[in-house]
Design a binder for this molecule. Structure first.
Ligand code: AMP
Length: 147
């Protein structure tokens, strides 16, 4: 198997996210890959903004909710040792933005949880399922233990 050069970890700050992140870190270490992380804001209304908007993590915003999400992403990045330029906060629809980022940045492996904030109702979460079916690169859905 050839090495993965660029791994993208999709984080939604849900329970179980640390477990997924540990897997990503371990794989990135083994393959000596670049590791990027992405969080897609799908729960903060941002009027007059197009989907797919990239949010600058270095700039403060007056929007408290946005600051909270930035802080959470920075914290994940710090724990994983991912530099700020490889931490990405994007506004839009998670499945679309994860795929778009992967296509635009030569990602060769996307890692996500089998489930996230949207619960365990389905065998595979909806974002996970959509990414698995539409990504052009490999996708690893980390099976989260059922409660
Ligand atoms: P879901 O399909 O929504 O249950 O979530 C499955 C996985 O997709 C999660 O464990 C995350 O890895 C990823 N994911 C879901 N929502 C987002 C999001 N808003 N931003 C980044 N990754 C996400």
């Amino acid at each position: 198997m050839s090495d993965y050069k660029h791994i993208l970890l999709a984080v939604d700050f849900s329970e179980g996210g640390n477990y997924v992140a540990e897997k990503a870190l371990s794989l990135a270490y083994k393959h000596k890959s670049k590791l990027s992380i992405i969080h897609v804001l799908d729960n903060i209304p941002m009027p007059d903004t197009n989907y797919g908007t990239v949010i600058d993590l270095n700039q403060d915003s007056a929007y408290d909710l946005l600051e909270e999400e930035k802080a959470k992403l920075r914290e994940v990045g710090k724990v994983l040792g991912v530099a700020i330029e490889h931490q990405h906060l994007v506004w839009g629809i998670p499945k679309q933005e994860i795929i778009a980022f992967a296509n635009q940045h030569q990602v060769d492996l996307i890692i996500l949880g089998s489930h996230g904030r949207h619960g365990l109702a389905l065998l595979l979460g909806s974002s996970a399922n959509a990414v698995l079916h539409t990504a052009l690169c490999d996708v690893m859905a980390v099976r989260l233990p059922m409660e």
